[in-house]
Design a binder for this molecule. Structure first.
Ligand SMILES: [Zn+2]
Length: 334
């Protein structure tokens, strides 16, 4: 998955939003919306434009030494605040101490934004800029700040050192401290239209027929759709396989993906039953059964599983349990 997009590869709906946000004043933006719409890419596009030597109305030039420094993830005036797991996934360097600790297996990469890195960021915000175009602090995903980290950021947001801009990106804005939300200008990510989303997936090497299916599976969110490439072929068969109690369809799936797929199946089965259009599957592919009671009990059980799914005692058993629960709900005659 290519998420370290170069300026030339920015998706059209991200480019439109970049231009719109650059036209407004604001030293702290909070980019929010469901995951998979490109929060990180938009945050990067803003940072690039703010720090660029020759910024244009549309954003960064993509050619100057500042743009190049961001491209190689080594810009002295850009501080990225991310959990270590996300830094590693997106190819950003860790600080020396953290890298040493992880290399020597003292601890695992953190899934939260650590208070130590927030302290570095606060110091960074107080330094003078190295290249003369101000500085940028980028926080992603912002909901991974714990209460201590968030409070440290809040202080800097309240008393910005003049030439520092902030961009926070999140898919769970409700989990942020209200005081953080109120210190930022909010921007809700816009959804691309179907044609744009498909064209973008095509530019990422996805065949048109698959792009449609992957977008459907991801509920229309293009970046999330990329994650469905490996399961694209089996997606259509999933509802009926589950109703039959066939667990082999989930071979090699992580439990979290199974729960996500079953939640979508449950949602669509209920939608179809209510006479609405299903969102993630084709109507023809869905089983026409289950009672309201069995389906809503299933939905409830799935939300409970979602909270504990990261630590399954045994993946195989977990899949079996999830599928037989689904089978029970789906096959119950009204
Ligand atoms: Zn530039």
């Amino acid at each position: 998955m290519n998420r370290t997009a170069s300026p030339h590869a920015v998706a059209p709906w991200i480019a439109d939003q970049t231009q719109a946000l650059l036209a407004q004043r604001g030293h702290a933006w909070l980019l929010a919306g469901p995951s998979g719409l490109g929060q990180y890419d938009l945050a990067m596009a803003l940072a690039r434009a703010w720090l660029c030597d020759h910024p244009r109305q549309q954003g960064a030039c993509g050619q100057c030494s500042s743009c190049h420094a961001i491209e190689v993830h080594a810009h002295a005036d850009l501080c990225v605040l991310m959990p270590e797991t996300v830094l590693l996934e997106l190819g950003w360097p860790l600080n020396e101490k953290a890298q040493d600790d992880i290399d020597s297996k003292k601890r695992k990469p953190s899934k939260e934004i650590r208070v130590e890195s927030m302290r570095d960021a606060v110091e960074f915000a107080q330094r003078t800029s190295a290249r003369g175009h101000g500085k940028v602090v980028l926080v992603f995903p912002a909901e991974r700040m714990n209460v201590y980290t968030a409070n440290a950021l809040l202080k800097t947001l309240e008393e910005p050192a003049g030439d520092v801009k902030f961009v926070l990106a999140t898919d769970a804005a409700h989990q942020l401290l209200p005081t953080i939300r109120s210190r930022c200008l909010g921007h809700t990510m816009t959804w691309p239209n179907q044609a744009n989303a498909q064209a973008w997936l095509h530019s990422q090497g996805v065949a048109p027929a698959q792009a449609e299916l992957m977008l459907r599976a991801a509920g229309g969110r293009p970046q999330a759709a990329l994650q469905f490439a490996p399961v694209c072929d089996s997606w259509r068969h999933l509802p009926k396989a589950v109703a039959r109690g066939d667990t082999s369809i989930f071979k090699d799936w992580a439990p979290a993906q199974v729960v996500d797929a079953l939640q979508k199946l449950c949602h669509d089965t209920m939608a179809l039953k209510a006479g609405a259009k299903p969102r993630f599957f084709e109507s023809n592919d869905l089983p026409m059964s289950g009672s309201w009671q069995s389906l809503s009990a299933w939905a409830k059980a799935l939300s409970a599983s979602q909270r504990t799914v990261e630590h399954p005692f045994n993946t195989g058993l977990m899949h079996e349990a999830l599928v037989s629960q689904a089978q029970l709900a789906l096959n119950l005659k009204p």
